[in-house]
Design a protein around this ligand. Sequence first.
Ligand code: SF4
Length: 479
Amino acid sequence: MEKSLTLDWGTDELHEECGVFGMYDLDGNDVASTIYYGLFALQHRGQESCGIAVSDTYGPKGVVNACKGMGLCNEVFTSEKLEKLKGNIGVGHVRYSTAGSSTIENTQPLVLNYVKGTLALAHNGNLVNAPELRRELAYDGAIFQTTIDSEVIAYHIARERCKVGTAEEAVANAMKKIKGAYSLVISSPRKLIGARDPQGFKPLCIGKRDNAYILTSETCALDTIGATFVRDVLPGEIVTINKDGIKSNLMMHDPKKEARCIFEYIYFARPDSVFDGVGVYHSRIYAGRCLAKDSPVDADIVVGVPESGNAAALGYSMESGIPYAMAFVKNSYVGRTFIKPGQSSRESAVRIKLNVLKEAVEGKRVVMIDDSIVRGTTSNLIVDMLREAGAKEVHMRISAPPFLYPCYFGTDIPSSEQLIAHKRTVDEICKVIGADSLAYLKMERLSEMANGLPICTACFSGEYPVDPPEEDIRGSYEK
Ligand code: SF4
């Protein structure tokens, strides 16, 4: 068994960039505490920092109350802080940094005071042309306070707003310039605006509770606050919510350009969310069923690597008839402030996070389902842990095709050289991770997983729906 890979905690786990949540209560009730609970439901989308910015549509224009900080929602906000955030319109954000470093300056929402008033903006995704746009603005005299591309978007909207009559027109003009992935939630003094890029990379949906409207990344956040789902924001659509209801601008909507991030269905999103009519849970079950059909194996139990491997493992079990079992106990308290053990330490970060249930796997031939293999370090260790616990055989099945290319749209998939599947066959990867057999989901199954919706598969296929930048832009402002 080849064991050339070293374990470095945190490098083998992929992250989503952000989650967004906006709310406008037309009856004038404060929205900060509801935004907080919404962000709490989106915490899996970003754990480095979070923030809320609110204003009062009945109060003086130009006043925005904001609270932002590093850490999880329950670390940043207290009931006293939320109590001080008075206002019936606002936006919230949870962040993980894939472009722009993890600092307090880069936390969102961004609040912009400019000649036409104020804007609070929360963004999920990465732009591919942010460096050019940023240079252009800088030569025009703009002074940036952050290193995130969300500020480039905010600047463009503010600039356009000086030329046109409404904030939504300014958003539409800015959208003609920015390229890449963005789901935006913006509050202007009397409007809540949502926008999704023409590809629809990242999700965004509309909800309603009593006389309040919500815009958020995932439907699970609507369930959490007791709101009902109204509809998804379409790729390329701008929605404007004010006292007259919802107004839609489909200027940038073009079904031929749609390319949703399939990795939302495979891994990022919570299984209780539904995007564009397709349930995440359903798509993961389907992937597991496909793995059982396409890559069967004789085994005694099927287990999932928590959390996102669980539903696919259930699907594998349903299709194959092999009993589903729980093999891992996860410690859910490993948070951002977790002190990572050094390489020489006897403790392993993966073991601290996951432990094997010996009595479930001892003497068994195990099919283990995971959502992806990035560098292979974690998979290698988990296979070892199953063997140490007495598993007779470990057959690994992955509910996605092999990662071969980086993502420029807001996921921290690293460059090809760092990916285990780069220049290795499936058999070679199997040897490196030490499994008895290994199989990945077939490429053609991806579109079936999303019920035939147009999807982005660039990290597996190299076919980018928007031209990738010539240089690696991720983190480029710090270079
Ligand atoms: S490249 Fe992969 S992770 Fe990035 S948007 Fe496309 S499918 Fe999602």
